[in-house]
Design a protein around this ligand. Structure first.
Ligand code: GDP
Length: 138
């Protein structure tokens, strides 16, 4: 089991001024920041990142949204990182997310849901490498 996950604070949460609140929750939950940057995806880079969802009906909408503003990308470290981070962020749809989760607090819809969290150890590595070089991970 790896102890790494990858996250993005999505454009909706960045625009709404929630970077600080979200990072506070992440750090309070015991995650260590291994890498972090603010950046902006193009339609093309968003399309590559979410290629696994390319057959899903919301793919176009997802890429439009994810390239609509700045994001904060980060690699996080903690024991049981994947599962613990998914618990911290809550269900994909904020209407179904548990009380106190990041998506319950900050997300507005199933599409504009404030944060990304990797769904497997393998994807955490792939996603982290998508954004960060070896020189940017600590
Ligand atoms: P996650 O692992 O909880 O992020 O959820 P998924 O892997 O199922 O979906 C990836 C992302 O696609 C989600 O975080 C949402 O931003 C978006 N998404 C998922 N379902 C929908 C949907 O029904 N409509 C739209 N517009 N976006 C969606």
């Amino acid at each position: 089991m790896s102890n790494i996950t990858f996250t993005m604070i999505k454009p909706d949460a960045v625009k709404a001024g929630h970077i600080g609140g979200i990072l506070d929750k992440i750090c309070a939950a015991g995650f260590r920041i291994k890498a972090m940057k603010m950046t902006k995806l193009s339609m093309e880079t968003a399309g590559k990142f979410y290629e696994v969802h390319s057959a899903r009906p919301f793919y176009g909408e997802l890429c439009e949204f994810m390239s609509s503003g700045h994001i904060v990308a980060a690699i996080l470290e903690k024991d049981n990182a994947i599962a613990d981070f998914r618990t911290l962020i809550g269900a994909t749809n904020p209407a179904e997310a548990a009380e106190g989760t990041i998506r319950k607090m900050y997300a507005t819809s199933i599409g504009e849901n404030a944060v990304h969290g990797s769904d497997s150890d393998d994807n955490a590595i792939i996603e982290g490498n998508f954004f960060f070089s070896g020189l940017e991970k600590f």
